[in-house]
Design a protein around this ligand. Structure first.
Ligand SMILES: *[C@@H]1O[C@H](CO)[C@@H](O)[C@H](O)[C@H]1NC(C)=O
Ligand SMILES: *[C@@H]1O[C@H](CO)[C@@H](O)[C@H](O)[C@H]1NC(C)=O
Ligand SMILES: *[C@@H]1O[C@H](CO)[C@@H](O)[C@H](O)[C@H]1NC(C)=O
Ligand SMILES: *[C@@H]1O[C@H](CO)[C@@H](O)[C@H](O)[C@H]1NC(C)=O
Length: 286
């Protein structure tokens, strides 16, 4: 009887394991085709693996196995032919000197993709310490742009999960014009005294869920900018930092309203403000 149950359980596991997701074609950057090696720069290997995976007519998965790799730049652009996953198991390290990046405001970017999953348990290490000292944006309105660790633009039906963003030079994640996308199981860390290393900034996006994230950077954990709607934040641990904020709004002309923001069951420790609304007059609950 017991044996039969075990057999049934195993059969069930096999059936579950063989759902279509498990059949994604794998594009491993360390395979002979792409030739990436821990310790060296993976920019070219990763760009090639992405473009092959993105062109794949069925679901695909780009894999960065465990190990530490340098990454000078990365811009992952869609549209792709099928759902695509980027599984980062290792650590990707940005150049410490922001001047070495091609895109001055971004280290790693994802754009125009439907059904992207970014996952893998790995770390995006922005090596930001040099930039924090050079950053004068708190006193200079026309300061030079500083790269964010991860920029997500024009994504739909996507997931960013189970990754760590460490020591970004500027904001950790910048989410712009994304719809119906979930951020979960994230760790976002920088020292308390690092400058402008906000956790997740969302602008002009609809249907964004952030859940089970641990964010501590000394700045805003989550900030929500204009034209954002249906943003749900649950089970987020925030601090040290400024808390969760809406705004600043009203600085520019023709800004659109922020509506439908829900913040539930979040733990804020060592935060200046908890939940802050920097311009209550323009904030409406839908
Ligand atoms: C997101 O939704 C808005 C409003 O529904 C729409 O105008 C916009 O085109 C959508 N963006 C994308 C990237 O699909
Ligand atoms: C986000 O959460 C809300 C409320 O729990 C849910 O209705 C919605 O479907 C979720 N959206 C996504 C993109 O998962
Ligand atoms: C609230 O958050 C805590 C800590 O993250 C978690 O352990 C708990 O399950 C959550 N409660 C609910 C009702 O989701
Ligand atoms: C708030 O919004 C109002 C009207 O849009 C604007 O005049 C004011 O400067 C804003 N305040 C802040 C702190 O952004």
């Amino acid at each position: 009887m017991a044996m039969k149950l075990i057999f049934l359980a195993m059969l069930l596991c096999l059936l579950l394991a063989s759902t279509p997701k498990a059949h994604a074609s794998v594009f491993d950057v360390t395979s002979a085709t792409y030739g990436a090696k821990p310790g060296s720069d993976v920019s070219t290997a990763l760009a090639k693996a992405w473009s092959d995976a993105c062109a794949s007519p069925s679901a695909s998965k780009v894999v960065v196995p465990s190990g530490t790799y340098k990454l000078k730049e990365a811009n992952f652009r869609g549209p792709c032919k099928a759902p695509i996953e980027m599984q980062v198991q290792g650590t990707l390290q940005a150049p410490a000197d922001a001047g070495q990046l091609t895109r001055r405001d971004t280290w790693v970017g994802f754009q125009y993709i439907d059904m992207l999953t970014l996952s893998g348990g790995g770390t995006f290490d922005g090596q930001g310490a040099l930039s924090w000292n050079q950053n004068d944006c708190h006193e200079n309105k026309n300061c030079k742009p500083i790269p964010v660790n991860l920029r997500f633009e024009f994504l739909t039906n996507s997931k960013v999960q189970d990754i760590t963003s460490l020591n970004s030079k500027f904001f950790h994640m910048h989410v712009f014009r994304c719809n119906h996308t979930t951020f979960q199981q994230l760790t976002i860390t920088a020292p308390d005294d690092s400058r402008n290393t906000d956790g997740i900034h969302i602008g002009a996006s609809t249907g964004i869920n952030i859940t089970h994230a641990k964010i501590g950077t000394g700045d805003d954990c989550i900030s929500i900018g204009d034209d954002s709607h249906e943003i749900t934040v649950t089970d987020v641990t925030c601090g040290p930092g400024h808390g969760i904020s809406i705004g600043s709004l009203g600085k520019y002309k023709d800004e659109k309203d922020v509506t439908g923001i829900i913040v539930k069951n979040c733990t804020l420790t060592n935060t200046d403000n908890g939940c802050e609304n920097q311009n209550i007059s323009r904030f409406s609950f839908a």
